[in-house]
Design a protein around this ligand. Structure first.
Ligand code: AMP
Length: 191
């Protein structure tokens, strides 16, 4: 199996790039944000539990993520690998993921980090709010999500950098330009 994590602040385009990467490399795309949004839409018990947390831009508790991840991975027993998008977001989640992957005799191979400046992210997210109407794309909530990203998620990059797995990629330019940069990095690690 070949497993990739993609990091990027909200608005960095990681969702769009994840879909393209998963398709090209035959990976199973797991987006925890997408899973939560569909649970909220379907008004499941989990959805109702997390809706207010997500609308505030805060992080859902780690233990809920662990159960979510387990069931998402169990749905794809024969996969060639996973692309984790939006997970892990805390050190606890990174440790949980390591254990989960170990149980499947596999590990994280590459951690991609999309780099985009905060002022550009704010503009992109406010535009997305107009188009998609996401409730967590208001200016206050965006600022909260960016703050959480910097304080909690970025330290994870150091964690993976220490393991020699981190690859930082410039997240500005066209979708295709960014995709090519990501593919170059992945290809250099595969061969
Ligand atoms: P995203 O679409 O990845 O930006 O996720 C949307 C929201 O879902 C986040 O702002 C969090 O509230 C929640 N969420 C998604 N993934 C996680 C995670 N790994 N840990 C905690 N909360 C998460």
């Amino acid at each position: 199996m070949f497993n990739i994590i993609i990091f990027g602040p909200p608005g960095s385009g990681k969702g769009t790039q994840s879909v393209k990467i998963a398709e090209k490399y035959g990976l199973t795309h797991i987006s925890t944000g997408d899973i939560f949004r569909s649970e909220i839409k379907a008004r499941t018990a989990l959805g109702l539990r997390v809706v207010s947390i997500i609308e505030q831009g805060a992080l859902v508790p780690d233990e809920l993520l662990l159960d979510l991840l387990k069931s998402a991975m169990d749905k794809h027993p024969g996969t060639g690998g996973f692309l984790f998008d939006g997970y892990p977001r805390t050190l606890q989640q990174a440790n949980d993921l390591e254990v989960l992957l170990q149980e499947n005799n596999t590990a994280v191979n590459i951690v991609l980090a999309l780099d985009v400046q905060d002022d550009e992210l704010m503009q992109r997210l406010l535009n997305r709010a107009k188009i998609e109407g996401r409730k967590d794309d208001t200016e206050t909530v965006i600022a909260n999500r960016l703050g959480i990203y910097h304080s909690q998620t970025k330290p994870l990059m150091d964690h993976y950098d220490d393991k020699g797995k981190l690859e930082q990629v410039q997240g500005t330019g066209s979708i295709e330009e960014i995709f090519n940069s990501l593919c170059n990095v992945i290809d250099s690690r595969i061969s």
